[in-house]
Design a protein around this ligand. Sequence first.
Ligand SMILES: [Zn+2]
Ligand SMILES: [Zn+2]
Length: 229
Amino acid sequence: MSRHAPQGAETRPTHTIEDYLMTMHVMERDHGEIIAARLAEMMAVAPATVAMTLKRMERDNWITGTGRKAIHLTETGQAAAHSVTRRHMLTEWLLVSILKVPLPNIHDEAHGIEHAISPQLEERMRAILGDPQVCPHGNPFPGCESVVSNWIPLTELAVGETITIRRIHELAEDNPELLKFLIENGICPGAQVHIVDILPFNQTLTIGVGKKNVTLGFPAARYIFAEKP
Ligand SMILES: [Zn+2]
Ligand SMILES: [Zn+2]
């Protein structure tokens, strides 16, 4: 491997491949498989670029099934995907709770740092940060999926219900405008809100946050998960 790697991480994939692996982990976790067309959308790159990268990733044994319908991570690919996802999430905690970086900025900042963290540093971060099970946005660390399994999307709630926001899905984290809008309006993990209005014909849902009402479209509301009392 030509690029310099952190100590103990010599077999790690490149930064680009790590970014793919983290997105693939989310897709496989949520849908049981990886679909190339969706990957191009989520990574915001051309389908031809994705196709080339997937071929390389299959050659290097991170994935199987390229060119067929469903792509899956290999055991090695899954281990590498879990590793970079953990480093991303621990970095987000480091940024928000120790360095006091504002919540809307931590996801992008973490993307720049996560690749450089050695296994030794990861262990120290985990210990100092109190072994978290979800990231600051409420997304589960790999292996901690059961922690979030009772949290339901806002679109599945009824008018009048009071709930606690627990999670902003990774796909919303990856949308800086949406993420900023949510956080600026007080829609972040821990916030108590109530459902004011649901208009299916309009595909909108209005929630009461403190003294104000915030209207969301269903596509965004599906990315926000809450816990019932
Ligand atoms: Zn993130
Ligand atoms: Zn996060």
